[in-house]
Design a protein around this ligand. Structure first.
Ligand code: ADP
Ligand code: MG
Ligand code: ZN
Length: 606
């Protein structure tokens, strides 16, 4: 964009200069030399008006007045000028009064004038040359547009390995299998194992998805082809699909290798939901990716890795088995992860003895790897500007503040200690209630590392796929949702906005129990309200009321009763297990993330 602009500016400047030169040349009023004949010259010499004559090859410049441009005439070839002039009646005495200069042929005294004359031609020629080159260049570009711009990082010099990606142990473990396959495809082929074709790396920006994909190829020592989804979007119509074809062709020729599609959501967006019609180009590109993936035989040792921070908007066709069916999550790191990442980035940088990376790691919940890299870099810059030899704690701390307070969306990331405590107790409340409720799903993970939307979360997974849900399950889920709010209330005597998501969830769940599932004794097994699914949107949009005002009141009362009962139960539950709540919250404040075993240990110990 910028380079283009400056090039254009340059061309315009050239045109301007050439124009100006042309103007000056044509309208130079008395610069155009006046031509005279030889006999006119002879007359002038006889009259004595000629001061000097400059002979330059065949051209003769006659200077009558120092302040006037010379008159120009030409002598006859091979005849000395004096002879010609004498022949025209000039006496030798008259001739002697004129100063004669002979100049070496070719060393024209009028070079400058000549150049001035040629200048516009040169400029215009240059201009055409540039324009021509440019159009040819863009022509070339247009011709080669279909060719993939995929950059090849050759397998024999892998730059990054897993050692450069800190703290993402789970992701590394999952990707280890891919590395092994790429290293020794025959081993797997011999056993007839079906190797995943596509891996989807999911995670917020800056968590090291691109880095991880490169590390996989680095570990395996195979070539790495990469292209970004957003590159497809800016292309001419019909080019995206052919690029994809080229990319896959190149990759197959270099297999085993990795194809990395960054920001796949730019092309892989859910098709056909756009109200204003869909983007044909994008769709064709996406289709081509799907076609190419399906075309892979078991002998094609090419693995696709795609990255996105919006897995929710991806077209389901991309996620089907045989496509991107493997999903690896790259979350924002917890305190240990942040420590490891900091260690990676301070490698080779001089640190003052007062630096305690653990303190920095604790101060930066919610920072992604890229933010931490940035922290170290900023600190180094501060230190350099202060003419220090080493990066000190003060610089690191300043960098944390600077980056934490950076953009508006970052501002929330630097939580105060009190906020951290509130979040820890809130999540501990959810977890404790879920653990105590008989019908709730087991806890998989609790964290107070901020996500995009939530300050923390409790992840529960069911032991088996639920087809039918019973009433107790719903009651326990509502209780679990209330756990966060109630814990805040009991511990701090105050409530925050942190529970709004929970409240929305539990309200709609209680309402569904009454109006949809017929789970309320008072209302009976009836459906209230008609939910229209707008098929083309794939979502529930509107609820049509098909019941009276009185029934509406009854429904509201019933929903309220369900929630009230749950609330009383949860309050009792938490109050009688306060020591466990404190233990869980403290563990969270300390470690930020607890997996199911760690959680169980804390729960049992208290
Ligand atoms: P994403 O693709 O997820 O947006 P990147 O892979 O581009 O993130 O990460 C940007 C930079 O942040 C990387 O080049 C790396 O320096 C740093 N980074 C991110 N995550 C990590 C990590 N886990 N370990 C070390 N450095 C990291
Ligand atoms: Mg990236
Ligand atoms: Zn909550």
């Amino acid at each position: 964009m910028n380079a283009n602009w400056s090039r254009n500016a340059f061309v315009y400047l050239l045109i301007l200069v050439a124009g100006a030169a042309l103007f000056l040349n044509i309208y130079r009023p008395d610069q155009s030399p006046q031509q005279i004949s030889l006999s006119q010259l002879a007359d002038a010499i006889r009259k004595g008006t000629v001061q000097s004559i400059r002979v330059n090859g065949p051209e003769i410049q006659v200077i009558v007045d120092e302040n006037q441009p010379p008159l120009i005439t030409r002598r006859e070839a091979n005849v000395p000028l004096t002879e010609t002039l004498v022949g025209l009646g000039v006496t030798p005495q008259q001739m002697a009064r004129v100063r004669l200069h002979y100049e070496a042929p070719g060393n024209s005294g009028n070079w400058f004038a000549l150049l001035l004359n040629l200048l516009p031609i040169i400029f215009i020629a240059g201009l055409f040359l540039i324009l021509f080159r440019q159009s040819q260049g863009s022509n070339n570009q247009a011709l080669s547009f279909g060719k993939s711009k995929a950059r090849l990082f050759t397998g024999d010099k892998p730059t990054v390995t897993f050692a450069d990606v800190a703290g993402s142990d789970e992701a590394k473990m999952e990707l280890q299998e891919i590395v092994e396959f790429l290293k020794e495809p025959q081993k797997f082929a011999a056993l007839g194992a079906r190797i995943p074709k596509g891996v989807l790396l999911v995670g917020p920006p800056g968590t090291g998805k691109t880095l991880m994909a490169k590390a996989v190829s680095g570990e395996a020592g195979v070539p790495f082809f990469s292209i970004s989804g957003s590159e497809f979007v800016e292309m001419f119509v019909g080019v995206g699909a052919s690029r994809v074809r080229d990319l896959f062709e190149q990759a197959k020729r270099n297999s085993p290798c990795i194809i990395f599609i960054d920001e796949i959501d730019a092309v892989g967006r859910y098709r056909g939901t756009g109200l204003g019609g869909s983007h044909d180009e994008r769709e064709q590109t996406l289709n081509q990716i799907l076609v190419e993936m399906d075309g892979f035989g078991t002998d094609t040792n090419v693995i696709l890795i795609a990255a996105t921070n919006r897995p929710d908007i991806l077209d389901p066709a991309l996620l089907r088995p045989g496509r991107f069916d493997r999903r690896v999550t790259m979350d924002r790191p917890d305190v240990n992860g942040r420590m490891e990442i900091l260690k990676v980035h301070v490698r080779g940088k001089p640190l003052a003895p007062d630096v305690d990376l653990e303190v920095i790691a604790r101060q930066t919940p919610g920072f992604a790897g890229a933010d931490l890299e940035n922290v170290v870099n900023e600190a180094a810059i501060y230190a350099a500007r202060r003419n220090k030899r080493m990066i000190g704690m003060a610089e690191l701390q300043e960098a944390v503040e600077r980056i934490g307070l950076g953009g508006p969306e970052r501002r929330s990331r630097l939580m105060s200690e009190r906020e951290r405590r509130v979040v820890a107790y809130h999540e501990a409340g959810h977890a404790l209630v879920a653990r105590l409720c008989e019908h709730a799903d087991p806890i998989q993970k609790i964290t107070i590392v901020p996500r995009s939307s939530a300050a923390g979360y409790v992840w529960q997974i069911s032991e088996h796929d639920r087809v039918l849900n019973n009433r107790s399950y719903f009651h326990d889920r509502i209780a679990t949702a209330l756990g966060g709010r109630v814990a805040e209330e009991i511990v701090f005597g105050e409530i925050t906005t942190g529970a709004s998501g929970d409240i929305q969830m539990l309200t709609s769940m209680a309402r569904a129990m009454v109006t949809k599932y017929g789970m309320s004794e008072a209302m009976g097994p009836l459906q209230f309200g008609q939910q229209d699914e707008l098929v083309f949107l794939g979502r529930e949009l509107a609820e049509q009321r098909n019941y009276s005002e009185e029934v509406a009141e009854l429904i509201d009362a019933e929903v309220r009763r369900i929630v009230d009962e749950a609330y009383t139960r949860v309050r009792a539950m938490i109050s009688s297990n306060l020591d466990k709540l404190h233990a869980i919250a403290h563990a969270l404040l300390d470690r930020e993330t607890l997996n199911n075993e760690e959680f169980e240990a804390v729960f049992q110990a208290a």
